[in-house]
Design a protein around this ligand. Structure first.
Ligand code: AQP
Length: 325
């Protein structure tokens, strides 16, 4: 029997190359080996102010992005989180075994609470428990994510263990599946922070035009000096080399050699062209899919049809163990 993977992505804005290299690119490969379930996590998105504006448009846009990037409905399942109500019901059950102290330690909560100071809502705090419910409902073996989500997957493991110990065995303990290449793509404006959808100057979107990609890469911050060096002293250049490596297939070492003694300008110029070329096919496929809303909606509806019985089965088991039925 194939092992199962589950992963999600929020319909919160333009998908960027961090999302692609850290998660989606791996999903496309893994769907050939694993029983694969991917989810557009609209309920998670609601924790951010204004997320509900044009939500249906954002969901459709994300679905076309994922399909154009290579998710194949014949090989994997894609669905929208809120279309399977078992996610929210299990969240409540899991809340009762989740220590508040664990949630208070979550880096993402601390960062988002700082960023959205006027909207530190309960959903933002409970975000990791909803994510645990997403993962545990499908008896997931592995969760392919970027490095920023490692802590949340760890918490899902803790919650599953606590539930199984207190109420009896129900949940598979999932593992994070994080690949070193592309796991943490940093902001183009500040290499100490991750590339993030909520910070427009930080990212290269998968849908950016060639002109915009050239402009953004030209403006991307660099470090002092002018050598192309893969060194901890040069975090901005390391980030650009990582992007170059991911799109070209060359190693950091090969890239360093190629640009020895040349300075930042020719390196950045080539990087822009490599990214433009790397996104060309994706962008054409996405345009075609945008003209097929009926097909895209059917893919999402079929996804619900395929996996809801699994979610219902796990929720029933959890409720039985907790004495609710
Ligand atoms: N910079 C990144 N490098 C590598 N992987 C990343 N991921 C996100 N940012 C990077 C991975 O992308 C997947 C989907 O992310 P998401 O949209 O569900 O979560 P997110 O972390 O909230 O996305 P953003 O872009 O960073 O948005 P905001 O601005 O809201 O924080 C996940 O697997 C994630 O690891």
């Amino acid at each position: 029997m194939k092992k199962r993977i589950f992963s999600g992505i929020q319909p919160t804005g333009l998908v960027h190359i961090g999302n692609y290299l850290g998660a989606i690119k791996n999903w496309v490969k893994l769907q050939n080996e694993y029983d694969s379930i991917f989810c557009i996590v609209d309920l998670h998105a609601l924790t951010i102010p204004e997320a509900s504006q044009q939500m249906q448009k954002k969901i459709f846009d994300l679905a076309t992005t994922l399909l154009a990037a290579g998710l194949d409905p014949k090989k994997c399942v894609l669905f929208v989180q809120s279309h399977i109500p078992e996610h929210t019901e299990l969240t409540w059950l899991l809340n009762t075994v989740t220590p508040i102290a664990e949630l208070e330690r979550m880096t993402q909560f601390k960062e988002k609470a700082k960023h959205f100071r006027e909207n530190i809502n309960m959903g933002l705090f409970d975000y990791p428990v909803l994510m645990a419910a997403d993962i545990l409902l499908y008896q997931t073996d592995a969760v392919p994510v970027g490095e920023d989500q490692r802590q949340h997957v760890e918490l899902a493991r803790t919650i599953a263990r606590k539930f199984n110990q207190r109420h009896g065995q129900v949940f598979t303990i999932p593992e994070a599946l994080i690949y070193s290449s592309g796991a943490r793509i940093m902001s183009l404006a500040d290499p100490k922070k991750k590339m993030a959808k909520s910070v427009p100057q930080s990212y290269l979107a998968l849908t950016d035009s060639p002109a915009l990609i050239r402009q953004k890469i030209k403006k991307a911050v660099t470090d002092s000096g002018k050598e192309i060096e893969y060194s901890p002293k040069k975090p901005a250049i390391v980030n650009l080399i990582n992007i170059y490596a991911a799109f070209s297939g060359l190693s950091a070492d090969q890239i360093e050699k190629k640009y020895q003694g040349q300075g930042y300008a020719p390196f950045k110029k080539d990087l822009a062209e490599i990214v433009i070329k790397g996104l060309k096919l994706f962008q054409a496929k996405k345009k075609t899919l945008e003209k097929k809303p009926t097909y895209v909606k059917k893919v999402l509806a079929d996804g619900v049809h395929k996996v809801r019985p699994l979610a219902q089965k796990t929720l029933q088991q959890a409720k039985q163990k907790m004495g609710l039925i």
